[in-house]
Ligand binder design. Structure first.
Ligand code: GLA
Length: 381
């Protein structure tokens, strides 16, 4: 269908993200340490003369249109992400004028690199800009998370939306997900200068809307409730110690116990990772990543055969300081710390081994940490 546009489009973009450390800690008040990566969703929004909101995507078939003031609910389609954001904006009293929103991008889909949050943040910034409004980073991220939780129906935490909004180039972002306090942690101190972050896409599709993520989340919440009943001063698992968990072992299922153990040890690893990064100690950071993988595999049970193979192979290769599953899990990507001078050989050897073992071509992406959507918008203003 064609529409009449009445001013120049506004174009904004939001990156994807990779998580260095702190997995599944972001919905029980824990710590995460992700960075934004140079894959982007671009949102192009034009004001329309017709009284409609129209959504298009270069990556998906079909166009979605609704009258301004419409209140349709979930379609289980790609446009649920931007429409969910629009609903959240409407709830805040933001009423964008009629628009055509066109999305395009290259964040790998279903790979654990946050294509969904990237679409949400780009769409949100575009609709806000068209409405002549702005939001601070934490409100913007929380709004996008609510769109995903309430409209799309994925029970995700806050990590992805927050880092995609608030990251700074050259830095990882340490986020305390309980209160959204954050710190930009430089990635160029000491030994880290010689290191590249290499992402390896297993091409095993991961979908966090599917049951396993929600199931893990419930097991954790049950464990957390048991602990809080016993230790009244605990706000959430972010405060809990292994000793406290041991004391509650008999009162929770073996699954809840293991899930909680992952969270408690993972929060400790994130704290240590911050220290390692500030000290420029790539070796220590790499070791923490390998320990995190063991915990994801054995305690959180969110890995899979292909990912375990990629991690085990990677840590035996020259120049590799550490490797682990990144993101929601059950497939997706690994994140690897690799000496710059060994990166080409590392990527080729890893891909060859994967192809030989599974007859599938993995992809590798060598990524520097880029600006989040707000810093990028400011730079362009
Ligand atoms: C997905 C979710 C995040 C986080 C990770 C696991 O990416 O969107 O909120 O829970 O899984 O760390």
């Amino acid at each position: 269908m064609s529409f009449s546009l009445h001013r120049d489009p506004i174009v904004v973009r939001a990156p994807g993200r990779v998580n260095l450390l702190g997995e599944h800690t972001d919905y029980t008040g824990g710590l995460v340490l992700p960075m934004a990566i140079p894959f982007y969703t671009t949102a192009r929004v034009s004001a329309l003369n017709e009284s409609q909101y129209v959504f298009r995507s270069a990556q998906f078939e079909g166009e979605y249109a609704e009258p301004v003031g419409g209140s349709a609910t979930r379609y289980k389609a790609w446009h649920d992400y931007p429409v969910g954001v629009l609903r959240q904006l409407q709830e805040r009293g933001v009423a964008p004028p009629s628009f055509l929103l066109e999305l395009s991008g290259n964040v790998p889909l279903g790979a654990g690199l946050s294509s969904s949050a990237s679409v949400e943040v780009a769409s949100c910034l575009a609709m806000l800009a068209l409405s002549g409004q702005a939001l601070p980073a934490n409100e913007l991220a929380l709004l996008c998370q609510r769109a995903e939780n309430d409209f799309v129906g994925s029970p995700c935490g806050i990590m992805d939306q927050f880092v995609i909004t608030a990251a700074h180039a050259g830095h990882a972002l340490l986020i305390s997900t309980r209160d959204l306090q954050f710190e930009h942690v430089p990635m160029n101190t000491g030994g880290l200068r010689e290191i590249s972050v290499v992402i390896c896409n297993s091409h095993v599709k991961h979908s966090i809307a599917a049951g396993a993520y929600g199931e893990r989340r419930k097991q954790l919440e049950v464990g957390q409730a048991v602990m809080r009943e016993r230790f009244a001063s605990l706000r959430d698992l972010g405060d809990a110690t292994l000793e406290q968990l041991q004391a509650c072992e008999a009162s929770m299922s073996p699954e809840s116990f293991k899930r909680c153990r992952h969270i408690i040890t993972e929060n400790a690893r994130v704290r240590q990772a911050r220290e390692a990064m500030l000290a420029g100690d790539a070796q220590a950071l790499g070791k923490l990543m390998v320990a995190a993988h063991t915990s994801e595999r054995d305690d959180f049970e969110c890995s899979c055969e292909e990912i375990d193979f990629l991690v085990d192979t990677a840590i035996g290769l020259r120049g590799c300081f550490g490797a682990r599953l990144t993101g929601g899990g059950f497939g997706g990507c690994t994140v690897n710390l690799v000496a710059r001078e060994a990166v080409t050989e590392f990527c080729e050897t890893l891909k060859d081994a994967y192809r030989t073992r599974f007859d599938v071509s993995a992809e590798t992406y060598v990524c520097e940490a880029v600006d989040g959507a707000l810093a990028e918008q400011e730079r362009q203003a």
